[in-house]
Design a protein around this ligand. Structure first.
Ligand code: BGC
Length: 721
């Protein structure tokens, strides 16, 4: 259809039919549905009529060609104008083939593989009838207590923005040309990753300056890449719920950023304006969110019950509804649904394209690159000539897919013991649980100790079960449960090398683990191929290369903890600092235990002294930074070389370091390569007090290193701005 045909269609619609397009309901409401989908919010009686359902515009959570085709077919029989449904789902890090959780993908710093993972997920989803994915989630977070940190790629604005682009390219690409793509919906707008105290759904209060500097760029990056939709956030932002926030959605998103795609609320978030205390009732909530620009209400009936009435009473212009409907019709049209309402949904293709060896291989590769080696006192890699005792609640556990993996299944998941069996003869692998994740018995412990005593080396597979992170998965104590720490200590007391492998969804306080293990691998939730990927690393087939995309705090008392802090007026390391009156904790260090960008390898890399092509540039010139990296170890490996910049004097304070670029180099043992970074004026801009985004003349420091802490630096000047 062309735009004028869509407008004609709009003219034929009754007000009630229009309002229907603005509503999204979960699968169980539809005729033909067999599955419940993933339920993340209230499902109370919504008082909807058959007519309401027949006019509904989109479905949440349906998947599987059989089901989506059945629902669409029935809907088209019932809907007066034959307007097809849009099927939307959370395809966050894979559909049936589950890739590592996004926080782990962040640690790969591998934008191409991230894009590929999204493209493969999109293909699996598309053949099962999904049209839109609620991804990427790009909420920047400095909050390891917040369970949803596992859904984003971490704490850094630049890295998150780059990943946001990759994910949108992968999921959505060219939607109109490629039927194996799904439209992307970036979420959660905005700043959902900064809840007070790390408690989910909690208050966010931050200056517009900080919002623009750090939190907004990743959403913008997704939109610049063409992302079709935006989802609102549950949190309030500076006193106004994001879902009813006119400034955020009308002024910033629509007017300033020119976003003209569809804006959807999060689950039930329109009605949540009532408990937030800014709307008296559902009618007022609907009025506020429609005025603020929320086109689709997800899973509640405030729009259905009140939107028509608001227009009839003259409280809302019908043109507001029309604009919203047109955006939704346009998306349906872009997806080609008026011509082919089933798009690529196809049961035969599901068999051919889902969970193929190619998809599994990509998941294994990405998981291998996401694992971060935190410590290694010559305990890794393992030899297949030694007996390994694999102990712990994650030794033989399929709960390694992580939250948002409702399409994945336990049967398809490679557990750690299964992965290790590929490397060891059966009598060289001894397995015992040792404890559950949160509780355990003396008998479990004793059995495990007996088994462990027969091994020459111990692998302790520990962590959090997947409900301990994800939505509504906030924790105040970010250690692994006591019972597992006790197990680890007991294992260590046997005097054998102990390797801890961690499966979890957030940066943890790992002090006790570091103390009681000779090597520590952060495996995150590595996905369907997790056991294989971790075994590849344990036995040295894959050399670890992941680097943390989020700082690991020394203790929860430091949170929020992040590398790109400001200096304060009394920095701890100032040469003239008084012992007491400086910005410090009396009982713990200021620094994270493992900083942003940190990760070890089985190789070592030597960085030569860096050099600059010039020490002064103008806004039209560039400078290049050179550094030689040599693999001084005995294994081939990949090193992620990072470039940070500090503006030494700004109109407003500037972070001590900001990531501005990075590159991955692959080096054979003994091989050297020259890495070159280019710096120009555009990388030196920041938001001034008047919120102008620009650079100033002055002095800068540029840092290069293997992480945000262990860097070398040089200074340069920007002149003539
Ligand atoms: C989550 C969203 C998700 C939605 C639909 C909500 O509870 O916050 O991220 O897209 O549910 O499943």
């Amino acid at each position: 259809m062309n735009d004028s045909q869509l407008t004609s269609l709009l003219k034929e619609m009754t007000l009630h039919e229009k309002v229907g397009q603005l509503v999204q309901l979960a699968t169980p409401f539809f005729k033909g549905a067999s599955d419940q989908g993933q339920i993340t919010g209230p499902m109370q009686e919504m008082g909807l009529s058959h007519e309401d359902i027949e006019n509904t515009g989109s479905v949440l959570g349906a998947s599987g060609a059989k089901e989506t085709i059945a629902i669409q077919r029935k809907h088209l029989e019932d809907n007066r104008l034959g307007i097809p449904l849009l099927f939307m789902s959370d395809i966050v890090h894979g559909f049936r083939t589950i890739f590592p959780v996004p926080l782990a993908i962040g640690c790969s710093w591998d934008l191409d593989l991230a894009e590929k993972s999204a493209a493969l997920a999109a293909k699996e989803a598309a053949v099962s009838g999904v049209h839109v994915t609620f991804a990427p989630m790009v909420d920047l977070s400095r909050e390891p207590r917040w369970g949803r940190v596992m859904e984003s790629t971490g704490e850094d604005t630049y890295l998150n923005s780059e990943f946001a682009r990759s994910f949108v390219r992968g999921f959505q690409g060219d939607l109109q040309q490629d039927a194996y793509k799904v439209a992307s919906c970036v979420k959660h707008f905005a700043a959902y990753g900064a809840p007070e105290g790390g408690r989910d759904y909690n208050t966010v209060d931050m200056s517009e300056w900080m919002l623009r500097e750090s939190y907004l760029p990743a959403y913008k990056a997704a939109l610049d890449e063409g992302c079709e939709m935006v989802m609102t956030a549950f949190n309030i932002l500076n006193g106004v719920p994001s879902t009813g926030n006119k400034w955020l959605m009308r002024e910033l998103l629509r007017d300033e950023w020119n976003f003209d795609g569809a804006l959807i609320s999060d689950w039930g978030a329109v009605k949540e304006l009532i408990p937030h205390g800014v709307a008296q009732d559902e009618k007022e909530a609907a009025l506020q969110t429609l005025r603020a620009g929320v086109d689709i209400e997800m899973m509640m009936s405030c729009y259905f019950k009140h939107a028509s009435q608001l227009v009839e009473e003259g409280l809302l212009e019908e043109s507001t509804i029309d604009e919203a409907v047109l955006r939704i019709l346009r998306l349906k049209n872009k997806l080609g649904l008026f011509e082919n309402p089933y798009r690529e949904a196809d049961e035969a293709d599901e068999k051919n394209f889902i969970l193929t060896p190619e998809h599994r291989q990509a998941a294994r590769e990405l998981a291998g690159k996401s694992v971060v080696l935190l410590k290694n006192e010559q305990a890794l890699p393992l030899s297949n000539k030694k007996k390994v005792a694999l102990i712990g609640p994650f030794a033989h556990n399929t709960d390694i897919l992580g939250p948002w993996s409702w399409g994945g299944s336990a049967e398809d998941t490679i557990t750690l013991d299964a992965g290790m069996k590929q490397y060891l003869n059966a009598d060289y692998l001894l397995v015992s649980e040792g404890s559950g994740i949160e509780t355990g018995t003396e008998q479990q412990l004793q059995e495990a100790m007996q088994i462990a005593s027969k091994g020459e080396v111990i692998v302790a597979a520990l962590g959090e079960h997947s409900d301990m992170s994800g939505e509504a998965g906030s924790r105040a104590d970010i250690r692994i449960p006591e019972i597992q720490l006790e197990l680890l200590k007991q294992l260590k007391s046997l005097g054998k090398p102990v390797i801890a492998v961690l499966f979890n969804g957030r940066p943890l306080d790992v002090r006790e683990i570091i103390e009681h293990a000779d090597a520590v691998l952060e495996a995150w939730y590595p996905g369907t191929e997790g056991g294989n990927a971790v075994a590849d690393i344990l036995f040295g087939d894959v050399n670890p290369s992941g680097k943390l995309s989020m700082s690991f705090p020394y203790s929860v008392g430091q949170v929020p903890v992040y590398y790109n802090q400001f200096n304060t007026g009394r920095p701890k390391d100032a040469p003239d600092a008084q012992i007491r009156f400086v910005s410090q904790y009396l009982d713990i260090p200021n620094e994270a235990l493992f900083p942003f960008g940190y990760g070890l390898s089985y190789s070592t890399y030597h960085y030569s002294e860096m050099s600059l092509s010039t020490e002064q540039i103008t806004p039209t010139e560039k400078l290049t930074v050179h550094v030689d990296i040599k693999n001084t170890g005995s294994m081939a490996g990949e090193e992620i070389v990072q470039l940070y910049i500090r503006d030494l004097v700004g109109e407003v304070v500037r972070p001590l370091k900001e990531l501005k670029d990075f590159t991955k180099v692959t080096l054979q043992p003994g091989e050297t390569t020259t890495v070159e970074f280019t710096i120009d004026e555009s990388q030196l801009r920041y938001y001034h007090t008047d919120l102008d985004y620009k650079s100033d003349s002055g002095e800068f420091e540029v840092f290069v290193g293997p992480n945000s802490r262990d860097v070398q630096s040089r200074k340069f000047k920007l002149g003539n701005v």
